[in-house]
Design a protein. Structure first.
Length: 115
């Protein structure tokens, strides 16, 4: 079992930045791929970024070049640095742990970008 707790969400103006953190506890953090997903009101949850245990990352086209995912295995934490934020980035952001499937999820943190 893995427990995930996100933090760092908030209200920011368009063009601003936020850094989300996800602290993991339970099973060995470094064994898992980690991901960030988001869900906007009235929309389905969508993939944002993933990072594997070696640090290789993938991104949704909508955030490529603006968001950076990273992890610190010593601190059992994964981060999402979000720059050049847009109003369409407004959503609840979720951290997940897994691999080909994502069995473990955090509770989510709200990110609101005002225009």
């Amino acid at each position: 079992q893995v427990q995930l707790v996100e933090s760092g969400g908030g209200l920011v103006q368009a063009g601003g930045s936020l850094r989300l953190s996800c602290a993991a506890s339970g099973r060995t953090f470094s064994n898992y791929n980690m991901g960030w997903f988001r869900q906007a009101p009235g929309k389905e949850r969508e993939f944002v970024a993933t990072i594997n245990w070696t640090g290789d990352s993938t991104y949704a086209d909508s955030v490529k070049g603006r968001f950076t995912i990273s992890r610190d295995n010593a601190k059992n934490t994964v981060y999402l640095q979000m720059n050049s934020l847009k109003p369409e980035d407004t959503a609840v952001y979720y951290c997940a742990a897994g691999g080909s499937i994502w069995p473990y999820w955090g509770q989510g943190t709200q990110v609101t970008v005002s225009s």
